[in-house]
Design a protein around this ligand. Structure first.
Ligand code: PLP
Length: 439
């Protein structure tokens, strides 16, 4: 191993931990404890005053969670991270850390449904307005910005459209106007390193590819340390004015000696302290196990997904395939610019010729694929959004999100490709009668 390993395969196994300081254990121990003995009263006072960093209480920090945080920080090339109890908690905290009632956020329309709900409804009740803009035009972010805009928000590889977000274009607008770009990289870990393209904060649902085995719910927020919060002090009072919740700390100034971690440290010691979205050490352990094989698994997900996209594109029951490898023009350019880590991801969409009925029959015809509302499992998963996740929306709303009656979303796993294709053939044969009738 070199002194400074840069490759994701190596970082995923080594970053942030060598051995347990007490026992020399090589696997990361599960520190299943709520609290930590202070050495003496001065030690305790220093920890609370942030004069030194250390463990106080597991709602705020934990050594197992810390390894996960350091490892993802190394993989993303960031400054520091915070582990939280879900992907939803990660996106909520990432924004609440810098936005309050009266502020607004400009977000891409192409979002996970849960994030959409958080933004459109729950944040609204808290007085935070989210302005949704179409990411096909990056300039839409500029147009929606005003002096109360606190962040831009987007997903790297949003489903169902699977059109890669123009990270550099929008990050540059943010740099110009003093607005940080927060990117949800859940569907493209390893494949995309959003900080390399100018993003300022990354959020993850670790529930998906990072965990990789469908066992646990969790989230991460990673701070690049590269946004200049002080330069834009007027826009970010929560980081630049005395914080009454922490004996008047001014986060940008009082954390300087600790590195460029004002944003993530504030999130930890105020929001995580107050709202309590703590990740359990046991789940952190499971995510560390997942992370260790993530680069390997992602390669297989991508390889299988590409083969599935090719297979579907040739199939008579299929109207259209949605996968970055089949796009052209600007969408192809974006996929090739931002997904540089070895493939276009494990998610594949397609439209069946026979609409809703064909979708239903396809799903019921599968034997290997699981029919679940999830992505990023090592197993292959399928869902027909028009009759499930998107069934509450009007047909027009469904279309706006990229869902048609015959649309099917696949999350391709790491089984043998022949078995995956055989199962898809089974589903397509079941749907095929309807497809032929529709022709
Ligand atoms: N972001 C994306 C892209 C997701 O797909 C999901 C969940 O499906 C989330 C965030 C929310 O994550 P969690 O279910 O861990 O709260």
């Amino acid at each position: 191993m070199t002194d400074n390993p840069k490759h994701p395969e190596t970082l995923a196994l080594h970053a942030g931990y060598r051995k347990d300081s007490a026992t020399n254990a090589v696997a990361v121990p599960i520190y299943q404890t709520t609290s930590y003995q202070f050495d003496h009263t001065e030690h305790a006072a220093n920890l609370f005053a942030l004069k030194e960093l250390g463990n106080i209480y597991t709602r705020i920090m934990n050594p197992t969670c810390a390894v996960l945080e350091e490892r993802i920080t190394a993989l993303e090339g960031g400054a520091a991270a915070l582990a939280v109890s879900s992907g939803q908690a990660a996106s909520a905290i990432a924004i609440q850390n810098i936005a309050q009632a009266g502020d607004n956020v400009v977000s891409s329309t192409d979002l996970y449904g849960g994030t959409w709900n958080l933004f459109a409804n729950t944040f609204r009740t808290m007085g935070i307005e989210v302005r949704f803009v179409d990411p096909t035009d990056p300039e839409a972010f500029r147009k929606a910005t005003d002096e109360r805009t606190r962040a831009y928000y987007a997903e790297t590889l949003p489903n169902p459209k699977l059109q890669v977000f123009p990270i550099r274009e929008v990050a540059d607008i943010g740099e110009e106007l003093g607005v940080p770009l927060i990117v949800d990289n859940t569907a493209a870990p390893v494949l995309c390193r959003p900080f390399d393209h100018g993003a300022h904060v990354i959020v993850y649902s670790t529930t998906k590819y990072i965990g990789g085995h469908g066992t646990s719910i969790g989230g991460l927020i990673v701070d690049s340390g590269r946004f200049d919060w002080e330069k834009h002090a007027e826009r970010f009072p929560l980081l630049n004015r005395p914080d009454p919740s922490y004996h008047g700390a001014v986060w940008t100034k009082d954390t300087k000696a600790l590195g460029p971690i004002a944003y993530i440290l504030k999130a930890r010691v105020t929001l995580q302290r107050d709202l309590g979205y703590a990740l359990s050490p046991f789940n952190a352990f499971l995510f560390i196990q997942g992370l260790e094989t993530l680069p390997l698994r992602i390669r297989e997900h991508c390889r299988n997904a590409r083969a599935v996209a090719d297979f579907l594109a040739r199939h008579e029951a299929v109207e259209r395939v949605i996968y970055p490898s089949v796009f052209d023009g600007e969408q192809k350019r974006r996929a090739e610019t931002y997904l540089t880590g070895g493939g276009f991801g494990g998610l594949v969409g397609f439209e069946l010729k026979g609409g809703k009925e064909a979708g239903r029959r396809f799903i019921d015809g599968l034997a290997l694929f699981y029919h679940v509302a999830n992505i990023g499992d090592a197993r292959s998963l399928a869902i027909h959004p028009a009759t499930t996740t998107h069934s509450q929306l009007t047909p027009d709303e469904q279309l706006a999100t990229g869902v048609t009656d015959g649309y099917v979303r696949l999350s391709i796993g790491i089984e043998h490709i022949d078995d995956i294709l055989a199962d898809l053939e089974r589903g397509l044969a079941a749907a095929g009668g309807v497809a032929r009738a529709a022709e």
